[in-house]
Design a binder for this molecule. Structure first.
Ligand code: PMV
Length: 312
């Protein structure tokens, strides 16, 4: 007897270091944000024609039936997952997919990939299909292409696996085992700049002056390699210094902004071991490394005073 309802969730993510350069083949380190989640619930809707489905996503003021908005990323992910699993079932029940999220949208914390992964998991469970994390990541990657244009795949990979990863484009991720978690404080500028914009600006600069951009990408790649060791050895002082270096290189790539710089400065002034923007930049979130949980609390206040819209 198949189920009438299934719920699944997916985490958010932060990029610890390596964003943008990762699009050009350098490594990045990304961490799952397990306490900030997107949840998808699939419920049978018996009164409708077989094979119909409706999406309800109140956080983004979205509600539509499949034929009304087939190009919406949520509609695309449903179409992809159904194409993958329905050959194995003759189940054509109508359903409603309800999506809610604790993640801010368009803030570079992986809200798009988390929505895709949560929907894939919930629909697979509803139709009792087993999917590996790799397959879930691959399906979500197809939707990342709509959001980002030329995504590296780092977001869908860290979110589908929900583990700290060392990621190089077009290669299987390796999982990073840590003795302890860094005390990261995440603060939102409240400015929402689509990833496509800053990825496009980096691309345009690379086309204008490829050798300058490649030098910056190489320097970021070196930072990421050293950050991996610092993270594995829980050497927070060193990791903080590398985050600062990474932020400087991202400034040179042109993807920071006044608000991100001010929040990084405020965090350092309040004693953070390091601070940098995270994700695509030009708004969205920054991360600051605290000494411990008590210090993280202090940083939270310093960041709110510096204009953060919210701190996670
Ligand atoms: O959308 P964001 O902010 O998570 O950006 C992803 C990281 C980038 O390196 C800027 C883009 C990519 O595809 O890797």
């Amino acid at each position: 007897m198949s189920r009438n309802e299934a719920t699944a969730s997916a985490c958010g993510k932060v990029i610890l270091c390596g964003e943008h350069a990762v699009v050009y083949g350098r490594p990045a380190i990304a961490l799952p944000l397990t306490h900030l989640r997107t949840t998808a619930t699939v419920r049978v809707s018996p009164s409708h024609t077989a094979g119909q489905w409706e999406i309800v996503a109140p956080d983004i003021y979205t509600r539509f039936w499949r034929h009304e908005n087939p190009d919406h990323p949520l509609a695309k992910i449903i179409t992809l997952i159904l194409a993958r699993i329905t050959p194995h079932t003759d189940d054509a029940r109508s359903f409603q997919l309800h999506v809610t999220s604790e993640l801010p949208v368009g803030a570079h914390l992986g809200s798009g990939a988390a929505a895709s992964v949560a929907c894939v998991r919930a629909i697979a469970e509803f139709f009792e299909a087993e999917l590996s994390s790799e397959t879930i990541s691959d399906l979500a990657f197809e939707i990342e292409k709509i959001h980002h244009g030329t995504p590296s795949g780092v977001d869908n990979t860290v979110i589908a696996h929900e583990q700290p990863i060392w990621f190089v484009r077009e290669r299987a991720p390796s999982f990073i085992h840590t003795q302890a978690q860094p005390a990261l404080v995440i603060a939102d500028t409240g400015i929402h700049t689509p990833t496509k914009i800053s990825v496009g600006a980096v691309r345009a600069a690379w086309e204008r002056n490829p050798s300058r951009s490649e030098r910056l990408f190489d320097a970021i790649g070196d930072v990421v390699a050293q950050a991996r060791e610092a993270l594995q050895e829980a050497h927070w002082q060193r990791l903080g210094a590398l985050m600062d270096k990474n932020h400087e290189l991202l400034q040179q790539l042109g993807v920071s902004c006044k608000e991100l710089d001010e929040m990084c400065f405020a965090a350092l002034k309040a004693g953070a071991l390091g601070a940098k923007l995270t994700g695509a930049g030009r708004g969205g979130n920054m991360i600051a490394l605290a000494h411990d949980a008590a210090h993280a609390h202090e940083l939270r206040h310093a960041l709110l005073d510096a204009g953060a819209q919210r701190v996670f």
